[in-house]
Design a protein around this ligand. Structure first.
Ligand code: SF4
Ligand code: SF4
Length: 90
């Protein structure tokens, strides 16, 4: 399930460089996540990095975008052709 950023975001920018898929960018009022690039960190990390670093817990799973691990891994493979996912992340 892709993550999303809520209105709690204070635009500190901490999450953006942590995303292994370049899914996070600065929006007009808050930072935002491109759901087509968010793999819930499957393929790179055991836990969602954005949620880990956000000081106000604004990075949360988006229930409107349910995906299982297989779908998230397939998304990761599309974004990283020729690479292998990190062990223990999928
Ligand atoms: S959960 Fe991971 S892949 Fe998704 S936006 Fe956050 S850091 Fe990026
Ligand atoms: S880390 Fe949290 S508060 Fe900072 S920009 Fe990202 S979502 Fe917003």
């Amino acid at each position: 399930m892709a993550y999303k950023i809520t209105e709690e975001c204070i635009s500190c920018g901490a999450c953006e460089p942590e995303c292994p898929n370049q899914a996070i960018s600065e929006g007009e009022t808050t930072y935002k996540i491109d759901p087509d690039r968010c793999t819930e960190c499957v393929g790179a990390h055991a836990k969602s990095k954005c949620a880990e670093v956000c000081p106000v817990d604004a990075c949360v799973p988006d229930p409107a975008r349910k995906e299982d691990k297989a779908a998230l891994l397939a998304k990761w493979r599309k974004l990283h052709p020729g690479e292998e996912p990190a062990a223990g992340t999928y």
